[in-house]
Design a protein around this ligand. Structure first.
Ligand SMILES: [Cu+2]
Length: 266
């Protein structure tokens, strides 16, 4: 029995060690949120693989060893074995709980309204409004709204205030690790920081009607200077388009909730 105990302890020890080592996988996560989630996923995988191999190994060994045994007898009492598997299971569960809690409680994964209130000075805040079957992005404090494409700067905290004007939808940008329900009369916040410039596909992840599968969008992550230029362009377009001459006043009559064009809205 001692050899089995040694096998248990060594396999679980190896699992914990490999999980503790920072996984050197594909570098270059697209956002802090994605990095947190993928790292946790890898750690859990490193813990799960040895356990799977151990369990399947014992199963196959048992089948093979007792293949000619017509009268198998179960092990009735074995205190050392019981203690070993209880302790080993407890260690695995503690590890999974600790590792998961660290990620789930991170503000880049689960953003609370309090996190959003203590927003950093350089943070970008975008209200994301879902509506059958289009996404509208209102840049808070900038008088800029776009639909279909959201442009955000890299390496700056971004708060997405997700809501809906009609119905249940869900914002989903898999490559950035972002997912949040869009619910009428409710703002659900996600905080993230994009770390790699590029274009990322945005999906609606809550079935919302016949147009659901076409309810797509794009997230463009650009450098901070490109972002500033883009914002300026949008503001100029707005002031030019609406005939107003103040780019920041926003006192023109705004067509509330116009979702299909780029508009200035107050
Ligand atoms: Cu939808």
């Amino acid at each position: 029995m001692d050899s089995k105990r040694i096998a248990f302890v060594s396999v679980f020890g190896a699992a914990l060690l490999s999980a503790a080592v920072d996984p050197v996988l594909a570098q270059g996560y697209s956002s802090t949120t994605e990095e947190l989630i993928r790292t946790l996923n890898t750690q859990l995988l490193y813990a799960a693989i040895p356990i799977t191999v151990l369990v399947e190994g014992i199963l196959i060994y048992t089948v093979w060893k007792f293949r000619n045994n017509d009268n198998p007898l179960p092990t009735k009492e074995n205190r050392r074995l019981e203690i070993t598997w209880t302790v080993a299971t407890a260690i695995v569960l503690l590890f999974v709980g600790y590792a998961s809690y660290g990620v789930m409680a991170n503000e880049y994964v689960t953003t609370t309204p309090e996190d959003a209130q203590e927003m950093e000075g350089n943070a970008v805040e975008v209200e994301v409004v879902a509506e059958k079957y289009i996404w509208t992005f209102n840049y808070q404090g900038e008088n800029v709204s776009t639909s279909g494409t959201m442009v955000i700067p890299e390496d700056r905290p971004v708060y997405l205030n997700v809501t809906s004007s009609d119905w249940l939808h869900a914002l989903h940008v898999p490559e950035l690790g972002l997912k949040q329900d869009a619910i009428p009369n409710q703002h659900n916040v996600i905080k993230t920081k994009a770390t790699e410039t590029g274009t990322y596909q945005l999906y609606c992840a809550e079935y919302c009607g016949v147009g659901h599968s076409n309810m797509l969008g794009e997230v463009q992550v650009v450098s901070q200077s490109e972002y500033q230029n883009w914002l300026q362009e949008q503001k100029q377009e707005n002031s030019g388009g609406s005939g107003g001459n103040s780019s920041s006043g926003g006192n023109n009559s705004s067509s509330g909730g116009n979702a299909t064009t780029t508009t200035a809205s107050a």
